[in-house]
Design a protein around this ligand. Structure first.
Ligand code: GLU
Length: 282
């Protein structure tokens, strides 16, 4: 670790109560910060699913766990101008196109007889490219904007990232053929939000000066999209630390709706922060 420590973040979406998996993610991020800084970011771009009471509970649960962070916290709902600027830059590079396809359109295109078996990528079915030839000049207000992955990969030389976590090799080269098959043209601006998870996280990690992104291994593939976006937008590349996911006794991933594992529930049952750390193996 550099003597000054790392800058890490915990970036929850206030769409449900924090559960054990979130506690693990937050505690790992704080631990990896060392003598550096642990930041909090509220990922509330999906205003239809975010709730103020969940956000208040996040602060309360994290403080109870013993975490502290500088104020004010970054909230993605206030960052629209930064996302618009990044999209304009990507449009200028010729790597965006407008897309009007619904999920049903995508499923229908992928079930056409000439198509090979649909592939599931980090965001669901890999997009079949129906709208890829549409120019940005024809974008309609309620279109989504997608990354033209082939065009994007052609613009940046061989990319890789440094993985600091225990689950993967330290050097992670980006394989363009694998990306084209398994990731495809991801959405960078959703029609109802003017941004997407991938775009916001890249723009905000850079704005917050994050030097190491710690996140669950379910987002490992998303990290490849993010290093590509960092290269296109000429943003510094952080290192990555993907950690294991906390699972329930049947081995299933914990979900936000799994209220039985909510930190608030453990608290009201009389657990201490130390009990939570022990349960998580920390
Ligand atoms: N907001 C994301 C989540 O709730 C995590 C952020 C990230 O690491 O990219 O899972």
């Amino acid at each position: 670790m550099p003597p000054e420590g790392r800058i890490t973040r915990f970036a929850p979406s206030p769409t449900g109560p924090l559960h054990l998996g979130h506690a693990y993610a937050a505690l790992i991020a704080a631990q990896r910060a060392g003598a550096g800084q642990f930041l909090l970011r509220i990922e509330d771009i999906d205003q239809s699913r975010c709730r103020a009471d969940y956000e208040a509970q996040i602060y309360d649960d994290l403080r109870w766990l013993g975490l502290t962070w500088p104020m004010p916290v970054m909230r993605q709902s206030t960052r629209a101008p930064a996302y618009r600027a990044a999209l304009a830059r990507l449009a200028g590079l010729g790597v965006l196109y407008p897309c009007a396809c619904s999920r049903a359109d995508i499923r229908a295109a992928l079930s056409a007889p000439q198509e090979s078996a649909p592939v599931h990528g980090p965001d669901g079915l890999v997009y079949p490219g129906t709208c890829r030839a549409r120019p940005m000049a024809q974008a309609q207000p309620d279109d989504a904007l997608r990354l033209n992955l082939r065009a994007a990969l052609a613009r940046v030389p061989a990319l890789s990232f440094h993985e600091a976590g225990p689950l993967h090799a330290p050097l992670q080269p980006l394989n363009p053929d694998w990306m084209l098959e398994h990731v495809g043209d991801v959405v960078l601006s959703r029609r109802d939000m003017g941004t997407s998870y991938h775009l916001s996280v890249v723009v905000d990690d850079a704005a917050q000066g994050i030097s190491e992104v710690t996140r669950g291994d379910d987002l490992f593939e998303a990290s490849f999209i993010h290093i590509l976006l960092q290269a296109l937008l000429e943003l510094p590349q952080p290192s990555y630390y993907h950690h294991k996911l906390i699972r329930d006794s049947e081995g299933k991933r914990l979900a936000k709706r799994d209220d039985a594992r909510a930190i608030a529930q453990f608290r009201s049952d009389g657990a201490t922060p130390q009990d939570i750390r022990l349960m998580l193996g920390l």
